[in-house]
Design a protein around this ligand. Structure first.
Ligand code: SAH
Length: 250
């Protein structure tokens, strides 16, 4: 992915205890950096073995601060710090109904499942069939009750709405309106949103009781793009660009 230096693929050498050590060190580091405060998110990060969600040729790098490539056209497991970066401002907690757009490796869904517990629900939507199958394999061992959906996350998953919390883990030009519709009253949604200068800004949206929304810009980030399947309606900002291209080619 542009902007990140991906380490070279190699046969895995690190042992389970070396990974456990890396995991504990990473959690201490995230706490020291002030990114991680919630005891439930901390417990989840200590429990879920990130190395089990990384393809074998990148397994040794599981706790390094880089996104790692996954099977599929344009999928990565996000950097370790991404998960508290998203879940802390969301205030993800016990009992929440959580929707993730962009399943990727399934790691984010597994961490969320640990946080929301048995009383909560995790639904995750992935566009790429290869990536979806990879995540399903990874989640099979311990997280079979995570609902995995193959499809365009732009539409969310109305069948399980409303959701208390929604995380879009790919950069979008606008927050898809169906996802705002599927957010419960008082719910929160987080997403990297591309601004007019092309920067991605991590944005937190809160839905008030009267249905109005409040948006806060948190920080600049860098994620893979939220793609639309061929034939899907363009997003509002993409539409004029597409029209310009057609006009220019005439
Ligand atoms: N949350 C993931 C990382 C996701 S990377 C993890 O924990 O590993 C972003 C993912 O979004 C990629 O897998 C990409 O294929 C997926 N994606 C891109 N556009 C999408 C869309 N319209 N709907 C659903 N998933 C999409």
């Amino acid at each position: 992915m542009a902007g990140w230096r991906i380490p070279p693929p190699r046969a895995p050498t690190r042992t389970g205890s070396a990974h456990a050590h890396d995991r504990e060190r990473k959690v201490r580091e995230l706490e020291a950096d002030g990114l991680l405060c919630s005891p439930r998110i901390k417990a989840a990060l200590l429990k879920v073995k990130r190395e089990d969600f990384v393809p074998p040729e990148y397994r040794d790098y599981a706790y390094e601060e880089v996104p790692l490539p996954l099977p599929g056209a344009a999928a990565t497991i996000s950097c370790p710090h991404s998960y508290p970066l998203f879940y802390e401002p969301l205030g993800l907690d016990l009992g929440h109904r959580f929707l993730e757009i962009g399943t990727g490796s399934g790691y984010g869904a597994a961490v969320a499942r640990e946080v929301v517990g048995n009383a909560g629900l995790v639904v995750s939507v992935e566009l790429d069939p290869l990536t979806h199958a990879f995540a399903r394999g990874n989640l099979e061992a311990g997280y079979r009750d995570v609902v995995l959906v193959l499809g365009d996350g732009w539409h969310g998953h109305a069948a399980a709405a409303p959701f208390d919390r929604i995380a879009i883990t790919a950069a979008c030009e606008e927050i898809p309106p169906p996802l705002v519709d599927q957010l419960a009253s008082g719910g929160r949604l987080i997403a990297p949103v591309v601004d007019a200068q092309g920067r991605q800004v991590l944005t937190l949206l809160t839905k008030r009781a009267d249905g109005s929304t409040l948006r806060e810009e948190l920080c600049e980030v860098l994620y893979v793009a939220l793609r639309r399947p061929a034939g899907a309606a363009p997003t509002s900002r993409a539409a004029p660009a597409a029209r310009q291209r057609r006009a220019g080619s005439r």
